[in-house]
Ligand binder design. Structure first.
Ligand SMILES: *Cc1c(COP(=O)(O)O)cnc(C)c1O
Length: 375
């Protein structure tokens, strides 16, 4: 049945369903890679007083250039990665999803092509689609011992074949969990001389020791962009603040497409207060990494097939029917993520209690939910 509105909708959007992970009220929510730890009280107090300071000025538009926030973000990146990042190199939005949208609005669009390597972050093709950018689903290469590792030769071949305007890399990769080597970023950058190369580092703070950030490659690469977010390690998903670092010239281009005053004064105040307390907020990162490693070890012990992870989640395979396992867990109040990969599910590392509840349930389910070993 067609209604007049559906005829008026852009043809490429007709028949689509809106993206969204289930938001269910369950005792153990481990499906969207949020940080399970609540914002600590001293940071809550700092956020409240920071917002109170701007409240009386809400009759005015906020600082369109969010100068203080860019200074704080640049200082955070410089302090934690050792790469000197200036405020002029930083751009921010309401979540890194908005930052990705700005990139696509400025560098994608009709007649332009974006390439990513599936499975990766599902919003990359979705945001590409909303801007009319043609999406090409590249593949990560051979599955085998290093399941889901991005194969450099294959990636370079795909980039040369499609000559994209934008390439998306995700490191550590969601949903597979592993970081991409900088040699691969460099090879792809060199193989795509006209492309903006975006490295989505939403989970960078969770990477295993010795995993360098693509920020170390920024110098001398004016088409390289590294995106980050406060949604995961910073435990600030509800604050909606994502950002990127690139050349200052690239951030100037993004000002052409952003809506004026896109970052509200409360958003800027919340993010600045959180950055001032970065150490307190990031204290949970080590706890979550311990739970992540516990998930990998325990699932392997159960005869399942966890993928090594540099993030705050684990993708695991070896399930006969992943949808049946997903439902069996939900019946016990444990919500994890079906990412649409046959025989695999993804689980976020939570508090020791949440993680324990998940592992206990899996231990009971594993004998009947495992895939047959011999085929
Ligand atoms: C969670 C996630 C983000 C974060 O999006 P926000 O809009 O910043 O909340 C970005 N990229 C990837 C790969 C993610 O998994």
């Amino acid at each position: 049945m067609s209604s007049p509105l559906s005829d008026l909708l852009r043809p490429d959007l007709r028949g689509r369903t809106a993206y969204g992970a289930p938001q269910l009220d369950v005792p153990v929510p481990l499906n969207t890679n949020e940080n399970s730890y609540a914002v600590p009280q001293d940071v809550v107090d700092a956020i409240v007083s920071s917002v109170a300071e701007v409240a009386s000025g809400l009759n005015r538009y906020p600082d369109r250039e969010f100068v203080r926030l860019r200074e704080d973000l640049a200082a955070y990146l410089t302090r934690t990665t050792g790469v000197a990042v200036t405020p002029a190199q930083v751009w921010a939005g309401n979540g890194s999803n908005e930052v990705l949208l700005h990139l696509l609005q400025a560098f994608g669009g009709p007649d332009r092509v974006a390439l990513g390597f599936t499975p990766a972050y599902s919003m990359h093709p979705i945001i590409s689609g909303t801007t009319g950018t043609r999406w090409i689903d590249g593949c990560r290469g051979v599955q085998g011992a290093g399941a889901f590792d991005l194969d450099v030769t294959s990636a370079v071949t795909q980039v040369k074949e499609h000559q994209p305007d934008i390439v998306f890399l995700c490191s550590p990769n969601n949903p597979t969990g592993t970081a991409v080597g900088l040699d691969i970023v460099e090879a792809i950058y060199d193989a795509a001389p006209r492309a903006i190369v975006v490295v989505d580092e939403a989970y960078a703070e969770f990477a295993r020791a010795g995993t360098p950030s693509a920020l170390t490659l920024l110098e001398g690469r004016d088409r390289l962009v590294v995106t980050r977010t406060m949604s995961k390690a910073f435990a600030l998903a509800g604050g909606r603040l994502g950002y990127l670092a690139a050349t200052a010239e690239l951030t100037v281009a993004l000002r052409l497409v952003r809506l004026p005053y896109h970052l509200s004064a409360p958003t800027q105040a919340v993010a600045c207060a959180a950055l001032e307390h970065a150490d307190g907020l990031l204290a949970t990162v080590e706890l979550l990494k311990t739970q992540r490693d516990r998930i990998v070890a325990d699932l392997a012990e159960m005869g399942l097939d966890p993928v090594p992870s540099d993030a705050n989640f684990v993708l695991f395979g070896g399930l006969r029917d992943e949808q049946a396992t997903w439902r069996a867990l939900l019946d016990q109040g444990i919500l994890i993520r079906d990412v649409g990969l046959a025989h695999y599910l993804r689980v976020t590392a939570g508090t020791p209690q949440e993680t324990g509840a998940f592992l206990e349930a899996m231990r009971r389910l594993a004998p009947t939910h495992r895939q047959e070993q011999s085929q």
